[in-house]
Design a protein around this ligand. Structure first.
Ligand SMILES: Nc1ncnc2c1ncn2[C@@H]1O[C@H](COP(=O)(O)OP(=O)(O)OP(=O)(O)O)[C@@H](O)[C@H]1O
Ligand SMILES: [Mg+2]
Length: 174
């Protein structure tokens, strides 16, 4: 029997999986599947270039969570709260694209107050919201082909911290 590889202390415990999505509808479906893994207190960071599919995925996530109101790309609003239609957590959808500063500028949103009872999804949140919690799910969406008309996306899902250490993220590609 082989001993498990010793954990490298230089590497924070990260749990990661990659999947390929070939249409906007599949991206929504990924969001719906992701919703099943989420509960109040979870923070999800979405990265990827303009038009990668972050909002499309969040739309599916809102459907999966069963929240009120369609998830859209806000033009002026930075954060929108979608209350649950059932007894689940609300979805707080943040688009931080227009926020240039650090957590200071985010402070008005009181995300630290809402996080314990909400699922918070942040687009363009790198370097802005990490201080909220060490436990986060990070999704990076890449266009497989540079061509903006192409619908293939590579998605990398990484769970950081104890919250995600034991979660089987491969269920997302099932
Ligand atoms: N596989 C795919 N997944 C998601 N969206 C796709 C896919 N293929 C094509 N699209 C199209 O790409 C666009 C993605 O838009 P969306 O608003 O979701 O991107 P975004 O990452 O939120 O962009 P932004 O950075 O501007 O907020 C939509 O028009 C969608 O129809
Ligand atoms: Mg968007």
């Amino acid at each position: 029997m082989e001993a498990a590889a010793p954990h490298d202390p230089a590497e924070p415990s990260a749990n990661s999986t990659g999947l390929t999505v070939t249409s906007p509808e599949q991206m929504r479906e990924l969001g719906r599947r992701l919703a099943k893994l989420l509960r109040a207190g979870d923070l999800v960071l979405l990265s990827g270039e303009l038009g990668a599919g972050k909002t499309t995925l969040t739309r599916g996530l809102g459907e999966g969570l069963g929240v009120r109101g369609a998830v859209t790309s806000p033009t002026f609003v930075i954060a929108r709260v979608h209350p649950s239609l059932g007894d689940g957590p609300p979805l707080v959808h943040v688009d931080a694209y227009r926020l240039s500063g650090g957590l200071d500028e985010m402070e008005d949103l009181d995300l630290d107050v809402s996080l314990p009872e909400s699922v918070i999804v942040v687009e363009w949140g790198e370097g802005k919201v990490e201080e909220l919690t060490d436990d986060r799910l990070q999704l990076v969406i890449h266009r497989a082909v540079g061509d903006t008309t192409d619908e293939v996306r590579e998605v990398t899902v990484t769970g950081l911290g104890g919250r995600w250490a034991a979660t089987d993220l491969t269920v997302l590609s099932a």
